[in-house]
Design a protein around this ligand. Structure first.
Ligand SMILES: [Zn+2]
Length: 280
């Protein structure tokens, strides 16, 4: 098990069945199978934001039936979102550290990847800023496989140095200060560990992506909720790819051959789906 750190005082946190507690006595609740490692100041923004987003999702989105979650990504044979994730998973399978390894699922969404990694014998920790049972960490209750689910400020991952054999940035790379994020994941990765970035997508129409975020922000504003927990550009840019290059990642546009590519070629071909890997 990796060492988890307290968001208030940075000392080591122990997990019990019902709560988490640091060596200095700061205590954190476990709700719906998720430990809330949230400082008071971050909670003042995060919880009202989540209330707003969860209400918005209830009104506007129809989630995957929870009984289908354990089958993911092998559902929705003809849907774009699951076609891509199946390919990403099969690519990851060829590159994962030997089992059993400790893997951090960074930005875990509905648990599909954690579930598959546990199937392969790995010890999985999932982190996210979303707690919902449909599209957040709370989804873990719908699987029979078991992993550790930690709600936290993902811009400050609460782990000691060299905690994981593998880290997957799971559809979350654009939503951070990427340089800081890459420094953090290098710090908490073990020597000879592997970093994966999946869900990299160059948008055909960035304005359309921005408009969909605008819609959520307008809703949150009208409800008197925080419109976000940090600033970000909600899609991949050339600068993001250049940063991955600078940090020594290899970039693969998703196709049947998985041939390593260059940024210019990826941009010229307008590759929609890209993965990146770095083996230390
Ligand atoms: Zn503490």
């Amino acid at each position: 098990m990796s060492e988890i750190l307290c968001p208030n005082c940075n000392s080591i946190v122990q997990l019990s069945d019902t709560y988490a507690q640091c060596e200095s006595g700061h205590s954190f609740p476990k709700e719906n199978g998720v430990y809330h490692l949230i400082s008071e100041s971050f909670g003042e923004i995060l919880y009202p934001f989540l209330e707003g987003v969860e209400n918005y999702q209830r009104i506007h989105n129809s989630p995957i039936p929870t009984e289908l979650l354990p089958q993911t990504p092998y559902i929705g044979e003809n849907t774009h979102q699951w076609n891509i994730r199946r390919k990403e998973w099969e690519w990851m399978l060829n590159n994962l550290p030997a089992s059993p390894s400790t893997i951090l699922n960074y930005g875990s969404w509905n648990g599909w990847l954690s579930n598959r990694l546990v199937d392969k014998g790995h010890s999985v920790t999932a982190i996210s800023e979303f707690r919902d049972e449909h599209d957040g960490l709370g989804s873990n209750q719908h699987y029979t496989n078991i992993w550790t689910s930690l709600l936290m400020d993902t811009s400050q991952p609460l782990f000691a140095e060299a905690s994981f054999d593998g880290i997957v940035l799971n559809y979350c790379f654009p939503y951070h200060d990427q340089r800081e994020l890459l420094k953090h994941v290098h710090r908490i990765l073990k020597p000879r560990g592997t970093l994966f970035v999946i869900g990299l997508s160059l948008p055909r129409d960035p304005d359309k992506v921005l408009a969909s975020y605008q819609k959520i922000e307008n809703y949150l504003r009208a409800e008197g909720k925080p419109i976000g927990i940090r600033d970000f550009t909600p899609f991949l840019t050339r600068a993001d790819l250049e940063l991955l290059n600078e940090f020594g990642f290899s970039i693969y546009p998703m196709n049947n051959n998985w041939i390593k590519s260059t940024i210019n070629r990826v941009l010229r071909r307008g590759s929609k789906n890209i993965v990146a890997i770095k083996q230390l």
